[in-house]
Design a protein around this ligand. Structure first.
Ligand code: ZN
Length: 409
């Protein structure tokens, strides 16, 4: 935003200590929860019901599937053809700090997702993998405009992905897991098809698509470029989230909320720049941070992804620690499982290890996510009361039933 700092904005007027400075001065012990609580084991974390709101379909392929699809399509651009080496290549490229290499990862995944069969397979495996990881509800996003090179129409892309999600749900159920998957249609910030994609999302509403998103480089492409799409969705009483406040900071968050009317924020981690931590530990929220907390705006946090893009320096210094303490409506997400080499369980493992989060904390994040999903209220409530809370209650009760001791020596 050209006018940042040139006039009074809702986020200026205070000299705030940055989060990094705060940590440098005062090592935050991070233990907000009772030290006497038992930390969940890796197995419990995996079995705990989890809800995922921010995950990209083209960022979560199995490496073996990429190799298969590339061979079927005659795509010779892969840097590795051994699935294991390819998986490592993706993580290293995303870790490299080079934007070109990071973008190259998506060029490869999109290149092999250009046919109906490929899209259906990738979507089915996505649902299967998430279900096996204990995810009970997921909203998976993708940009239909990036899958047209093989001659598919936008509608055919959406239908192929929906078919895949339904197939994945069926396979998961056959394997003893339960999952529901909804799609979010993404428009690319640098392109000019946002209204068309928003109309597509609206057409497929109640047919597997639950909302809309915009993604891509924040700098230079403010969300207000796509106001027509957001205004259209609001008139249709539809839902959308916006990638904002990952790299670009408060102006991006402010625009996404106050100009575009986003229901949720993709990342939103830079809201921390509007929170002041004094030398005495006193915490003051600026106007924008207050608004986000007061209005219970959901923040789709993706800790491992943020470390890779430099939006946070380490898990311990990730703003999620302070924002959790301040009770923002936080959710935990994976963003790109392939590029980050992560899963929902791994994200929670990092948080449990770093902040000593308990099953109660995990349930809090999970209920937050379910409350913030784009499916109807009665379905969200039933997921919370009939699936999530009983799932955590069962895990919490496990200590009552320790392994049966032998009856003889
Ligand atoms: Zn994202």
């Amino acid at each position: 935003m050209a006018d940042r700092g040139e006039r009074a904005t809702p986020w200026t007027g205070h000299r705030y200590v940055s989060f990094g400075e705060f940590y440098a001065r005062r090592r935050y012990s991070a233990a907000m929860t009772s030290e006497t609580s038992t930390l969940p084991t890796s197995d419990q974390i995996r079995r705990a019901p989890k809800v995922l709101l921010h995950d990209h379909l083209d960022g979560g392929l199995r490496p073996g599937t990429i190799v298969d699809l590339a061979r079927d399509r005659g795509y010779a651009g892969l840097p590795e053809t051994d699935p294991e080496k390819l998986g490592i290549w993706f993580r290293e490229a995303a870790d490299s700090g080079s934007l070109e290499r990071y973008l190259e990862t998506f060029a490869h995944t999109c290149a092999v997702m250009q046919t109906r069969e490929a899209l259906t397979r990738v979507a089915a495996e996505c649902a299967e993998d998430l279900a096996a990881d204990g995810v009970v509800y997921a909203e998976i996003r993708y940009a239909p405009e990036q899958h047209l090179e093989g001659g598919l129409s936008l509608e055919e892309v959406v239908e192929a992905v929906n078919d895949g999600f339904r197939e994945g749900e069926r396979r998961a159920r056959a394997a003893g897991h339960r999952i529901r998957v909804g799609a979010l249609l993404t428009a690319m910030r640098h392109a000019a098809r946002a209204l068309e994609i928003a109309e597509l999302a609206n057409r497929y509403r109640d047919l597997g698509v639950v909302g809309f998103d915009i993604a891509g480089a924040e700098a230079g492409y403010p969300p207000t470029r796509h106001l027509d799409a957001f205004e259209y969705l609001k008139r249709e009483n539809n839902h959308f989230t916006i990638h904002a406040g990952e790299a670009f900071g408060l102006p991006s968050i402010w625009q996404a909320l106050q100009w575009c009317g986003a229901d949720r924020l993709g990342h939103g981690v830079r809201i921390i720049d509007d929170i002041q931590v004094g030398d005495d530990g006193a915490i003051t929220l600026g106007r924008l941070a207050s608004y986000v907390r007061d209005k219970r705006i959901p923040l789709e946090m993706c800790p491992s992804s943020n470390l890779q893009t430099g939006a946070a320096p380490s898990y311990a210094e990730h703003p999620i620690g302070l924002l959790r303490r301040l009770q923002f409506r936080l959710t935990v997400n994976t963003d790109n499982r392939l590029m980050s080499g992560t899963t929902m369980s791994r994200e929670f493992e990092h948080l449990v290890r770093t902040f000593r989060y308990t099953l109660d904390d995990m349930q809090w994040f999970t209920v937050n996510a379910m409350k913030s999903a784009f499916i109807p209220f009665d379905e969200r409530l039933a997921m919370i009361n009939d699936v999530i809370k009983p799932g955590y209650a069962e895990l919490r009760a496990e200590w009552l039933f320790p392994k049966v001791a032998p009856t003889s020596v």
